[in-house]
Ligand binder design. Structure first.
Ligand code: TXA
Ligand code: MG
Length: 340
């Protein structure tokens, strides 16, 4: 199969919609990361997503809608708190786990009786969903286990020959996947942090908790609320080592330990350590979210063996950055504060 690159023109979006309506998978830009989109109601089409990604079948997909009526069609119930959050944060990077309707096949929900729903804000994504006239199931458009793609070029590298088309909608704005939440009575549990931050959710609801799996390694065989959290994620070929501590402690550690093939991941160029090659990922949490996955993919191209990463601050969208880099490192953290 030849993978065609499409633009965000109306004609190209119509072409993409025709492909989806006839049961195919298309690479779709969103404001978080790129997705692999298919008709969420069509079992055979959704099976093609799992095949293209090499994704375990118990890992559920997020269903994307362009309006609230379609969302209501995909779920059996929308509690008042979910309605309030939809009004406040949709369209945008918030996925809500709700009881699914009979229209969503089990393959889409990974065998669960709930479904994750979100309304993306990227204009091309919304237009595509409208043209298809059905909700679109779309996981991130990477091969299972690699960092999520934030440009059409990166989707092409993973999916060339596996899907018929990719829509190029430019760089993803946020750069990390959506915030995933579930509801427990009046409370909200954050299963995966993202662009809608804990602080933003706390302003709307009394009881907001961050699931243990966000910052901790799960025990073997543990029951997880979000199946995606069990799998090794976002990992480049290089061993990422997350270094906690101030800049001078970081520099000292790197100078002592770096060998041939090692790289630094620093906030800005002024933090570079002598002759050791480096990439920067930004001084603010927003920049770090925007650049992290691209940096991880770039390390692979550079043939990095190990990456000594400056540890992001876990406030705001920084919690999402911290969660992703922690998983990219396989929970390999060196805390220089403790070693002092
Ligand atoms: O920003 C995003 O959410 C992107 C773009 C394309 O929209 N999509 C995305 O999908 O990141 P994916 O499949 O890579 O991640 C979906 C996450 C997984 O961790 C999965 O376990 C969780 O959402 N999830 C989906 N449905 C769920 C459900 N019913 N219950 C619990 N967790 C669910
Ligand atoms: Mg993913």
């Amino acid at each position: 199969m030849k993978t065609k690159m499409l633009s965000c023109s109306e004609a190209d979006l119509e072409e993409a919609a025709e492909l989806i309506k006839s049961g195919n998978v298309v690479g779709m830009p969103t404001e978080t990361v790129y997705g692999l989109a298919a008709n969420a109601f069509d079992k055979t089409a959704v099976a093609k997503i799992f095949e293209a990604k090499g994704r375990p079948s118990d890992n559920p997909l997020i269903v994307h809608v362009a309006d609230l009526d379609t969302a209501a069609n995909a779920v059996s119930e929308i509690p008042p708190i979910a309605k309030k959050l939809a009004e406040r944060f949709w369209p945008g990077p918030l996925t809500m786990i709700l009881p699914k309707s009979d229209k969503i096949p089990m393959i889409t929900s990974g065998g669960l009786d709930t479904v994750g729903i979100r309304m993306p804000s990227h204009t091309a994504a919304r237009r595509l969903i409208e043209l298809c006239g059905v909700p679109l199931a779309a996981p991130s458009a990477n091969l299972s286990g690699s960092p999520s793609p934030t440009t059409a070029k990166r989707v092409f590298e993973d999916m060339n020959g596996r899907i018929p088309a990719i829509i190029d909608g430019g760089e993803s704005d946020v750069g990390v996947e959506s915030t995933v939440i579930s509801f427990e009575g009046d409370g909200i549990r954050i299963l995966r942090p993202g662009g809608i931050t804990r602080e933003m959710l706390c302003a709307e609801a009394e009881n907001v908790t961050v699931d243990k799996g966000v910052l901790n390694e799960l025990d073997e065989g543990a029951v997880v609320l979000s199946p995606g959290m069990k799998y090794k994620h976002y990992a480049p070929q290089a061993q990422v080592i997350l270094i906690k501590g101030d800049l001078s402690a970081y520099r000292e550690y790197v100078l002592k330990n770096a060998a041939e093939g090692d790289f630094c991941l620093v906030f800005n160029a002024s933090e570079a350590v002598n002759f050791i090659p480096y990439l920067v990922y930004g001084s603010t949490s927003g920049e770090q979210a925007h650049m992290l996955f691209e940096a991880l993919r770039r390390f692979d191209e550079l043939g990095a063996k190990r990456v000594f990463a400056r540890c992001p601050s876990p406030e705001g969208v920084g919690l999402a950055v911290y969660n992703r880099i922690l998983r990219a490192s396989g929970f390999c953290v060196i805390d220089l504060e403790v070693l002092k």
